[in-house]
Design a protein around this ligand. Sequence first.
Ligand code: B12
Length: 211
Amino acid sequence: MNILKDIAINAEKGDSATIKELVKKALSLNIRGEEILQEGLIKGMNAIGIKFKKNEIFIPEVLIATRAMKAGMEIIKPYLTQDRVKPQEKVVMGTGKGDLHDIGKKIVCMILEREGYEIVDLGIDVPKEKFISAIKKENSNIIGMSALLTTTMIYMIEVIEEIERAKLKQNVKIIIGGGPITQSFADEIGADGYAPDAISAAELVKDMIRK
Ligand code: B12
């Protein structure tokens, strides 16, 4: 659909004002929020990723695109969460220490919220101690960690070790995701689950609760 292509192009350009207009228009055309996210905003961000990798653009352009992406996400959010039943389970989410990427994590949070989960988003650059105190304070049985850097994915190991040390491992299911994460990495570090995108993250959480 052309409007989704336009959203992707403008996300890539970082044109927040146009993104807001196009997203509203797409919603008024009854295009589903998930489709606008996946086929519009995320596609735009993926294109940015390719250019960033090739050094065709730099951090300022990526930040501008991020702002546009988030502006679009804010508009979609209420459409994802509408008509939902009240929260069933609490999920603590965070991007680990040293990592400032949060777009993917926020999308996962939005989709889980839509599914009726209560989300406690600890944000970015989260130290292991904060994960531990959130598990205790929120009495949560599921914790999700996101990492976009190969240097910060390793931090997930430290968080899991800390959870084990605090004797909380048997009470919580740990799920992980983000660009460099794979199922085999999840298996290797003792995480309970991995999902490559937000929709499968929601399936994963459902599975974890059933177990
Ligand atoms: C946007 C971006 C930034 C922005 C972040 C803004 C923000 N608020 O997030 C800024 C400009 C700050 C940035 C900075 C840097 N970045 Co950057 N960034 C990106 C970029 C272009 C897009 C990431 C993104 O949002 N993707 C879109 C989302 C939707 O996808 P996603 O995050 O993968 O999330 C999906 C899934 O993974 C999954 N998921 C995500 N989290 C979770 C969690 C759970 C529990 C589950 C189940 C699933 C799940 O679901 C999500 C939705 O479908 C990527 C390129 C790329 N190809 O990813 C580089 C990239 C991640 N960055 C990179 C680098 C190198 C950096 C810097 C080191 C650059 C520098 N020289 O300073 C810094 C590091 C800063 C830091 N300490 O974190 C590299 C990482 C390379 C590597 N292998 O480690 C990449 C891959 C670019 C590249 N070179 O190819 N970056």
